[in-house]
Design a protein around this ligand. Structure first.
Ligand SMILES: [Zn+2]
Length: 157
């Protein structure tokens, strides 16, 4: 899969939506991360559950979840009054599959994050703030390194 493609929101948006990919909440997250200067890869087909995007540098696998389909339990997750059995079974399968995928990703060492549709902007901003803080910390450590090496040499290590 190529990285970085797909910044354009265009007429094929509807098509993508039909195929369950590149839904607009996902695009919003991508745009926000991109604007904050973070690079990511899209749809790693080889990973369990095909995370919507991964941030390899941070070891983060990200899912942008629809509240109903993945059953967030918020106001947006409400069972339709018709065909209730059908929907309950379907959602239960989704939730079970999500659990298996999350566990598999964690076993592979990924830090799995869920961004829920109902709190997308706030959650994405929080994630960006966290990533920026981690970057700053890394930069601070890199900046301190020469001193650490010097003191190590001085103590005869
Ligand atoms: Zn929700």
């Amino acid at each position: 899969m190529s990285a970085g493609k797909g910044e354009r929101v265009d007429r094929s948006e509807t098509m993508r939506r039909v195929h369950g990919r590149d839904t607009s909440p996902e695009l919003r997250v991508r745009r926000m991360l991109h604007a904050a200067g973070f690079r990511f890869r899209l749809q790693r087909q080889d990973l369990p559950g095909k995370p919507d995007l991964v941030l390899p540098r941070f070891g983060i696998a990200l899912f942008v979840n629809g509240c109903f389909w993945h059953w967030h339990g918020c106001k947006r997750s409400r069972m339709p009054s018709t065909n209730r059995d059908y929907w309950e079974r379907k959602i239960a399968r989704n939730v079970a599959r999500d659990r298996v995928n999350i566990a598999a990703l964690e076993t592979l060492g990924w830090d799995v994050r869920m961004l829920w549709e109902c709190e997308l902007t706030a959650a994405t901003n929080a994630l960006i703030a966290e990533l920026l803080a981690r970057d700053n910390l890394a930069a601070a450590r890199a900046h301190c390194r020469p001193t650490a090496i010097e003191s190590g040499a001085a103590s005869g290590v």
